[in-house]
Write a protein that binds this ligand. Sequence first.
Ligand code: SF4
Length: 350
Amino acid sequence: MPDRRSISPALLDWYDRFRREMPWRAGPGQRPDPYAVWLSEIMLQQTTVVTVGPYFRRFIARWPTVQALAAAPLDDVLVEWAGLGYYARARNLKRCAEVVARDLKGVFPSHEDDLLKLPGIGPYTAAAIAAIAFDRSANVVDGNVERVVARLFAVEQALPQAKARLRDLAAGLVPASRPGDHAQALMDLGATVCTPRNPNCLICPLRDRCDAYAQGIAAELPRRAPKAARPVRHGIAFWLVRTDGAVLLRRRPEKGLLGGMVEVPSTPWRQEEWTLKAAMAEAPARLAWRLVDGAVEHTFTHFHLVLQVATARLAASEARKVDGLWHQPATFGSLALPTLMDKVVTLASA
Ligand code: SF4
C-alpha cells in the first residue's frame, strides 16, 4: 500500500511543471472564473477536452457572463451546442444560467450541496466545480481518476463494482492545501501519463508509490466486468419534399431522448425491423414512398439505431394538410438538427 500522504505533494509538484493549458483553466496564481469552470464541466460531460475547446471559446465569446447566457434565446444556445450531443445538457445549461442569474444574482454557489440543487449539475460536476472554481476539498472522481487510483493501489476488483472502493481511496488522497489543483493534477496525470492502454510509468511522478507498477500489472488495470451488448433498434425516417424544395420536419417532445430537437419525422424506433408497408401507418401522408439505398447508423448511450430513409414528393397545395414544419434544406444550419438528423439529411440528399 503506497504512503498516501506523499502522493499529493508529488503530484502537485509535477502539476506545477506539466499542467495542461486549457481555455477555461486559470493560470498559476490566478482565480478561476466559476462561470467558465461550470460551462466547461457541463460541456465535458461525455465529451473530450479536444472536442470541447472550440465550443467553449465560441460560447465564452458570444456569452461572456452567466447573465448573458441566461438572456440568450434557447434556440441560439442549441445551435451553438449542435455537435456536442446530449441536448438535454444544453437545455439544463440554459436553465441553470437562468437560475444563477435570476435567483443567485449571478453568483455560483461554492458548496457541493448547493451546486447539486442547480439544473444539470450531478454529484461529479458539483464536486469538480467546488474543487476547481472554489478550491474546496471535494473528491472529484471521473474515469481518469478511477484508473489512476485503481493502479496506485493495485485494485483487482472489476468496474463497475469497484467504484465505491476507488472513490474511498481517492477521497483519502485529497489534501487540505490546494485540493482544486490536486483534482486537476489527477485528471491530467490520467489523461497524459497514466493512460488507458499504455501507461507511461517511466515518466510518472508517482511511480515509486504505485503498487500496480511494482507488480507489473499497470496496463491490466482497472479490470472491467464484461459489457452487455448494446441493443439495436430500427426505424424509417420520412423525407417528404414539397414541390418548391422545402422538406417536412417536426419538433420532438420536450421530454426524452433528443428532447425538443427538430427532426425528420420517423416511425417509432423498435427492436423489430420495419417493412415499408408496416411503416405506412406512421407516415406523415399517404403517398408513393420509396426507400433510399443504404441506412443511417447512430449509436446512443443505451442502444444502436439503424434508420432507413423513405422519400416522397408532395404538391405545395397539399402541404397544408400535413402537420409539421416546412424548411428549405439551405436553412437547416440554423435549426440545431441533432447529429443523427444530419446523417439522415446527407443520405436523403445523396
Ligand atoms: Fe499510472 Fe504507471 Fe504512474 Fe502507476 S506508475 S500511476 S500505473 S503511470
